[in-house]
Design a protein around this ligand. Structure first.
Ligand code: ATP
Length: 239
């Protein structure tokens, strides 16, 4: 469904992503793990059109999106849930969710949007309970649910999730990852997940890529990576 071939991204002279090739098949949950500064966020931004790759190609559903605009990429069904959630804090929870429908103007009817809002409320009931509250008053975990809910309102087939567990207590983090599994089982969503917490990521993902200083240094099934001594030492805190 998503294929990256030899993608390079630089910030001036800093090469943040170097010749990265990876693929995510339909219905898969794939994780991208790596330390701070490994290039994970940069890679997601290159996929969603927020940053232009300097080289290589990105295809989604067979279409070349390497130089497509971010809004066009969302319209194709690929939606990015950014790091640190980036909800609009003074706006209400419901208005944040409705912003997710912006790219569907003229394509989705009011009934479609109402149905999707009901589905988001069913998945994250707290977003219904807090509908009128400013988004900034939600807890970190609730803001993460709102950020995912907002992406779902765009009607995606694939989500790019950037560190959904960041700064959350372990139980809240586990709850978010459970929802990610539900998104796949209930909606058939495909997910590329970036996570610094390798253990959490490998517990939900089918497969993973390990990124180090902008390069893929290892890839495999999550079960294989969990059993890999180097991964255990570098990312799982085991000797
Ligand atoms: P983290 O988990 O800390 O978010 P990451 O793996 O997502 O890290 P990136 O944020 O993609 O890593 O950063 C990759 C490299 O690119 C780092 O060396 C970083 O300093 C650099 N970088 C990121 N954004 C910019 C920017 N806007 N301008 C210049 N350099 C940047």
């Amino acid at each position: 469904m998503l294929t990256l071939t030899n993608v390079d991204v630089s910030y001036g002279k800093i090469a943040a992503v170097r010749r990265v090739s990876l693929h995510v098949d339909q219905g898969e949950i794939v994780a991208l793990i790596g330390a701070n500064g490994a290039g994970k966020t940069t890679l997601l931004s290159a996929v969603s059109g927020l940053i232009r790759p300097g080289g290589g190609s990105v295809t989604f559903d067979g279409a070349d999106i390497t130089r497509a605009q971010p809004d066009a990429i969302v319209r194709m069904g690929l939606c990015h849930v950014p790091e640190r959630r980036l909800v609009f804090k003074p706006m209400s929870v419901t208005d944040n969710l409705l912003l997710g429908t912006y790219t569907r103007r003229g394509r989705a009817s009011r009934a479609d949007i109402a149905r999707d809002m009901d589905a988001v409320h069913a998945m994250f009931p707290v977003l219904k309970d807090r509908a009128r509250q400013p988004a900034g008053t939600l807890s970190g975990g609730e803001q993460q649910m709102l950020a995912i809910g907002r992406a779902l309102m765009a009607g995606p087939r694939m989500l790019l999730l950037d560190e959904p567990g960041m700064g959350l207590a372990p139980t809240v983090c586990r709850d978010i990852f459970r929802r990610v599994l539900e998104l796949r089982s209930q909606r058939g969503l495909t997910v590329l997940l970036v996570e610094q917490n390798a253990k959490s990521a490998l517990s939900v993902a089918d497969r993973a890529y390990v990124l180090e200083t902008g390069r893929v240094i290892l890839q495999g099934l999550s079960s294989e990576l969990l059993a890999n001594r180097d991964v255990q030492r570098a990312y799982l805190g085991r000797d």
